[in-house]
Ligand binder design. Sequence first.
Ligand code: DGT
Ligand code: CA
Ligand code: CA
Ligand code: ZN
Length: 622
Amino acid sequence: MSRNDEVATLLEEMADHLEARDVDYKHKSYRRAADSIRAHAVAVETLHAEGGEDALAEIDDVGDAIAAKTAEYLEEGVIGELEEFRAEMPVEMDALTAVEGVGPKTVASLYEALGVETLDDLEAAAEAGEIREVSGFGAKTEENIAENIPFARESRKRSLLGEARPVAERALSFLDARPAVERVDVAGSLRRWRPTIGDVDVLAAGDDGRAVVDAFAEWDAADDVIEAGTSKASVRVDGLRVDLQVVVPAEFGAAIQYFTGSKAHNLEFRNRAIDRELKVNEYGVFDVSELDSDGPSDESDDVSDLSSDGPSDGQSDDVSELDSDGPSDGADDPDESQRAGERVAGETEAGVYEAVGTEWVPPELRENRGEVAAAADGELPDLLEVDDIRGDLHCHTAWSDGEPTIAGLVEAAADFGHDYVAVTDHATGPGMVGGVGLDDETLREQLAEVRAVAADADAEVFAGVEANIGADGSVSVADDVLSELDCVVASPHSSLDGDGTDRLVAAIEHPEVDVVGHPTGRLLNQRPGHDIDIETVAEAAAAEGVALEINANPNRLDLRSSYVKVAVEAGATIAVDTDAHRPGSFEYVRYGVHTARRGWCEPDDVLNCRDADGVRAFLEGR
Ligand code: DGT
Ligand code: CA
Ligand code: CA
Ligand code: ZN
């Protein structure tokens, strides 16, 4: 395992402690260094082995002091200064700062005044009304903290898709290269591309389950092996649980259908099968029409119920079975009754769906949002794919808080394969702090440079801005500036609690706005963002010809897929944008595309599946 994540996490904790102690701006350099190390393509241990501290200091934003701390960690396994900080203030920094409204300074105040070290302590202090008594805090702050604790607690249990996916892909390539493995794929929520992931499910096919498990237990990326049996194993990687299940090749299709879920989709699908006197489980699809109560005596209950009492009883029985039984360990303890009946499918997943008379359902759609009925009618959407995306309409440069120059951004977009890119740096306004946003005059200066770069670029360049939507729906840039720009993204960056419907509709009705960026403002595992009446927002967007963004940054994935589906049904156009702040961020597009697929998007629904002329026509058509 690359140790970049480990080092970055420790540097972030250092930053929190420095910020808590109010040590000037030092914490900012630690955070920048942490980001840079996390994103760095070369493993820190490799750099360190080859060139020591000097090589580490070559990483962007890593100075000598931080390079020395990184080397110290790689050599000693600890950072001495961080150990001192922890000894002086033994708090669960990460857990506490996960509560919206609680930063490192708050952690320090509450530790000093009340001895708060953990989330439980924090909750107890809020419940006892002790926080409001601490100087600098009040009843309102205490209420906010109390309200946000459950969200923080819940969210800490799930990992971001953007963190889990790379881990899973490493597991797949490791397993794929083992001789005992015939096939391997991800299953579970990860295969469905849910924005957050409880655990990573990997399914392998092989005739010798034990050999596959043994090979997996040798994976050097694994921090520890939680359990290992004859056909199942669980390991922990970067704090994430990876479950491996091994099945025989002939049952791979049925198993991956079963373990991909969702449970709600599987239930709906199995009920359809029952109506056709078929039984679907992790071993295959079985024709049970010939089995009746006079049949084999070792028949399982649900099969005999099926034929004697008819489908409706079968269904309810099915539900309880679903809830009570976990997946059984097929190879260890073959439950032959589960394989009763004539086997009609199971080797391939497509065969499983076909046997039940439906189209194959793309994993992203398996959330029981009508996909089983649509698949039965042959009416599944023709989902967009990553390759359909032709450009990015929301990107930042060093003019605001991004990393690249304008020319650098455009070049990176062209290298990534995009036909066009919009330069949309932050404007000043609500939610922009620390001089990040550009005022109207600076936007005009930037526009001139964007046009100059565009004249000689390998991709078409749209000049734009990311304006802020005020609490009242106003847009934070003067109309005459907006009218000179090609692409106006307007996004909410402040006051993100409560209902945001009116605010978004007002922004949509602004005649210069082209795209609403990250419409609810949610940050996964950090804050829920606005509630919105998506139907109202989508109808306004459709009527005005404004696109609603799926922000592909794995911390956001906003709009969420359930809203995307409603938006598309209302005729609204979707934009899948990365909100790139560095050249490498273009890679995030896949998270946005799969979110769009979860929202039933076809290429026609997505603005940046159009060519540059098509996009220009949309932008000018406002
Ligand atoms: P997660 O891990 O919370 O993000 O969500 P999933 O969907 O990955 O759930 P997980 O890991 O508990 O199980 C993986 C898949 O296996 C799940 O999507 C459906 C299937 N599965 C697990 N347990 C059961 C069960 O008791 N009944 C049925 N029908 N399917 C199950
Ligand atoms: Ca899972
Ligand atoms: Ca699992
Ligand atoms: Zn942005």
